[in-house]
Design a protein around this ligand. Sequence first.
Ligand code: GDP
Ligand code: K
Ligand code: MG
Length: 297
Amino acid sequence: MNKENYKSGFVAVIGRPNVGKSTLMNNLIGQKVAIMSDKPQTTRNKIMGVLTQNDAQIIFIDTPGIHKPKHKLGEYMVKEAEGSLREVEVILFVVDVTAEMGPGERYILDNLANARTPVILVVNKIDRIEKPKLFPIIEKYTAAFNFAAVVPISALDQTNFDGLVAEIKNYLEPGPQYYPEDMITDQPERLVIAELIREKVLHLTKEEIPHAILVDIEEIVTRANEDLYVRAVIYVERDSQKGIVIGAGGRLLKDIGRMARADIENLLGSKVYLDLWVKVKKDWRNRANVLKSFGFE
Ligand code: GDP
Ligand code: K
Ligand code: MG
């Protein structure tokens, strides 16, 4: 590895749902995929994938909050998104070439207008249209925003990945290899699901439960019928807090589950079976080893 000129940096991947962000990540990062534990509440907890090459490491992160909210996902996401857009070296704005540029895209571009970070327009799904039709579509975007670069790709066919990576590298500074090369992808869905559950707990318990809860998604399984099974544990610090979260006759936990499930189903578009547990981890905030088991540094 060439350490001297090694470059690294964080790249935010944004764009409306179904434009192909996940496909791009999966195919770009390839088979070298190891699922990371969630890192709730850490600043860089939205890792989608890490691409490690001889001369650079690119850490792709997800920013759910910048999407025009279809459903109320809560303020935390917007904050997360704003925060992460300041942290990154490059923003990839992924669009679907088969869909018209619409309010969803404009909303995102308006949000990016004040960002100093270079924005690369990634025009995806070019396998779906004839070449001559590509240019006028791109022109609509470039008329609306001053992109650092425009890269047409097919995430599905893996067309022009080299061109995309080369463009990204143009905007990376020399830096260390942050992660081992056999790492990483995270499942953004995990974090979002955890945050949705956390949001419901905080909402329904009002001030009784301090922000000292932590939600761990232990398992996500897609069943044969495409339904999703999710097992999540809500960790609290004290037995008394456990009682509050569960509620009389389990009422509150049921409400948390019902509300969270509705949001998760909205978000992922599949039926969800949510298996919710409440456990006590005493003083988890103060105990380094417990924090470590949740992925905190
Ligand atoms: P995301 O919501 O932005 O993460 O989008 P996904 O990666 O889940 O993709 C949404 C749909 O678009 C899926 O059915 C993908 O197979 C499809 N898709 C993604 N990229 C391409 C592409 O380059 N070409 C074609 N034809 N389909 C694609
Ligand atoms: K999707
Ligand atoms: Mg996705």
